[in-house]
Structures are given as structure tokens and as C-alpha cells.
Design a protein around this ligand. Structure first.
Ligand SMILES: C[S@@+](CC[C@H](N)C(=O)[O-])C[C@H]1O[C@@H](n2cnc3c(N)ncnc32)[C@H](O)[C@@H]1O
Length: 216
């Protein structure tokens, strides 16, 4: 089986645990970055959440009327069928699609924004550039992308992630390489910062995020 199959199978196995852990705490920086992303979008925007998992926090944010989002279409894309099943319960009003973020099954210029929170970091490193180019293809000119990465290049696994007994794999290209890939694909930086990942093994683990705009 490929690394991708391993990641898909692992998320199929741990979906309930992952959703519970992910939703147990909220990171203020992450909420602020989502606010900044959605504030910059036109009324009636179309959002793709790439590697949406259980649908929180990005799809959930667009559905919450108190956030003032005016989306015409919100789509969650994920490799894992069980993650998508969990999303049908947590974000019942969005369109969900099983698929691969390196080959996004939508026409060019479809979306105003893409979120890819903690998902590109599971795509094999050699395919990160293809995934980022795939984001650029389906975004409209001027469209926004919010994605997380690792600070440094690292590929590895945890044999017992979240104490589930399931092995999980990650493939991080690192912030510098990701910045280069974003620029090559035609993105300009809007904002860069870091999120605190409460699910990481290390205390106070930080993950860089990029909020970028596709140049017209
Ligand atoms: C850590 S979870 C993140 C879920 C959600 N975005 C969040 O912020 O909690 C990573 C998700 O990415 C999905 N994923 C991993 N590789 C993928 C790929 N190549 N294409 C689409 N989804 C992928 C996994 O199935 C999993 O649901």
C-alpha cells in the first residue's frame, strides 16, 4: 500500500477520536486567521476545504451565521470516507466529496478560497508542489488560500497516535520550501503566522500558516 493509502486508512480508523480531540480546544490564532480569510472574500463566495476531515473548524466557521459569512458554496474534499461521514454530522449543510488534493475534481477558476488546515502535511513531500498547483488551478484569480505546514522538513510517523493504536504518517516540506512553492504557483503573501497544535506530541508545538492570494 502507498503512504496515501496508509493515511486514508488511519483516518478511517481514528475519525471519532480525532474529531473529539480537535474540537476539545480552539486556537485563537486559528480563529483570527479564518476571520481574516473570510473578511477578504466577496459576497456569495465559494470555498473548498481541502483535507476537510470532520469539517471543523473551516467549514463550520462559514456555516455559523454569527460569523457573517455569505457563502454560495462550501465543499469539503477528503481522502477518508469515515472522516467525511463524521463531517456529515458536524457540518450537515455542506457538499462533501471523496478525493485527492493533488487532483482536485473541480474545473479551473471555481473557488474564491481554499483552506488546507493540517492536511497538506500528510501528502508525500514530492507531491506538495502538485497539490499547491492544483489549488492555484481551481482558485479564481485573486482567490485566497490558508494552509498550514511544518517549520522544517520532516517525514515520519507515530505508531500510536492519540493513543488509538493506529500509526499516522506526516510529510512536511517545511516553511521555506512551501513559501517557494506558493510563489512559483503564482501566490503572493497576505499574512504568515503560527498556530498552536494541541494534538501534537510536543508541548507548545507550533505550526506555521500561510494566508496567500493568487495573483491576477
Ligand atoms: C489532520 S486532519 C485535518 C482535518 C481538518 N482540516 C482539521 O483542520 O482538523 C488531515 C485530513 O487530511 C486528509 N488528507 C490527507 N491526505 C489527503 C490528500 N492527499 N487528499 C485529500 N485529503 C487528504 C485526511 O484524510 C484527514 O482527514
Amino acid at each position: 500500500m502507498s503512504d496515501r493509502d496508509d493515511v486514508r486508512r488511519a483516518y478511517d480508523e481514528i475519525t471519532t477520536t480525532y474529531a473529539n480531540e480537535r474540537n476539545a480546544t480552539r486556537d485563537d490564532e486559528e480563529t483570527a486567521a479564518l476571520e481574516a480569510l473570510f473578511d477578504g472574500l466577496p459576497a456569495g463566495f465559494r470555498l473548498l476545504d481541502a483535507g476537510c476531515g470532520q469539517g471543523t473548524p473551516a467549514l463550520e466557521y462559514t456555516l455559523d451565521p454569527s460569523n457573517g459569512c455569505d457563502s454560495e458554496l462550501a465543499v469539503g474534499l477528503d481522502l477518508s470516507r469515515d472522516q467525511l461521514e463524521t463531517a456529515t454530522r458536524l457540518v450537515p449543510d455542506v457538499a462533501l466529496c471523496q478525493g485527492e488534493m493533488t487532483r482536485i475534481p473541480f474545473a479551473a477558476d471555481t473557488f474564491d478560497a481554499i483552506t488546507a488546515l493540517y492536511s497538506l502535511i500528510h501528502v508525500p513531500i514530492d507531491d506538495h508542489r502538485t497539490a499547491i498547483e492544483s489549488f492555484a488551478r481551481v482558485l479564481k484569480p485573486g482567490g485566497r488560500l490558508l494552509l498550514t505546514e511544518g517549520w522544517t522538513e520532516w517525514t515520519g510517523s507515530n505508531p500510536d497516535w492519540l493513543e488509538t493504536g493506529t500509526e499516522m504518517r506526516w510529510s512536511m516540506a517545511g516553511a521555506a520550501a512551501t513559501r517557494d512553492q506558493l510563489e512559483s504557483a503564482g501566490f503572493e503573501l497576505v499574512e504568515r503566522g503560527e498556530f498552536r497544535d494541541a494534538l501534537a506530541d510536543e508541548e507548545d508545538a507550533r505550526f506555521p500558516y500561510f494566508h496567500v492570494r493568487l495573483m491576477e
